[in-house]
Design a protein around this ligand. Sequence first.
Ligand SMILES: CC(C)(COP(=O)(O)OP(=O)(O)OC[C@H]1O[C@@H](n2cnc3c(N)ncnc32)[C@H](O)[C@@H]1OP(=O)(O)O)[C@@H](O)C(=O)NCCC(=O)NCCS
Length: 177
Amino acid sequence: MLTSQFPDNHTITDTYIDLINEQRRLNFGDDFSGDFSRQLEMIYALLLDNDTVKAFGTLLSVDLTHHNTSYKILGIGNVVAIEKGHGYGKHLMIAIRNYLASQNIIGIGFCEPRLSKFYRACGYTVIKNISDRFHYSSANIQKDHEALDVLCYTPNNEFIRSLQTDKTPIHINQPIW
Ligand SMILES: CC(C)(COP(=O)(O)OP(=O)(O)OC[C@H]1O[C@@H](n2cnc3c(N)ncnc32)[C@H](O)[C@@H]1OP(=O)(O)O)[C@@H](O)C(=O)NCCC(=O)NCCS
């Protein structure tokens, strides 16, 4: 039976950390080969079949400021289904959605446009043409990245409407995750 767990950086086991690091290298290549550190304020989303990880993602604590309002959000990243095309990715993203709803917190991630269909199929709102409005340390993040779509889940739809309609910069205290 598939279950989900959300250990944090203090409680996740070394076995899971090693698997995540290995899968990140396999799926994202050398650019992403750094190891996760337990010092990062990170929650790990694990989709398990008994003790076997079928898919995982990470939820990084991020401070986001938009239009003079500050939000504590979770930055969704490193989404990987270890076996592709069996519905594990979707199961994981639905579990993350339910987790965000239970914590009443906004989740935001970045993805290549070709993957937007996947995130929409998992119930996320995909917003195009706003990733260049995300600023980290006053620099526009788009400079170092191709045009990315932004995936978002929030129990508060007003937040998404304000991102879409207001053209002002969105400040984040972490580089793109
Ligand atoms: C992207 C990824 C997580 C999807 O997981 P998956 O288990 O293969 O996907 P699922 O089987 O759960 O598919 C769910 C839905 O998304 C669609 N989908 C899956 N992968 C897709 C892709 N690459 N492009 C477009 N649609 C896709 C499926 O057709 C399915 O649609 P349906 O619900 O209408 O039938 C997986 O392919 C992966 O690990 N990729 C490598 C790492 C990566 O790129 N991660 C994303 C970082 S932003």
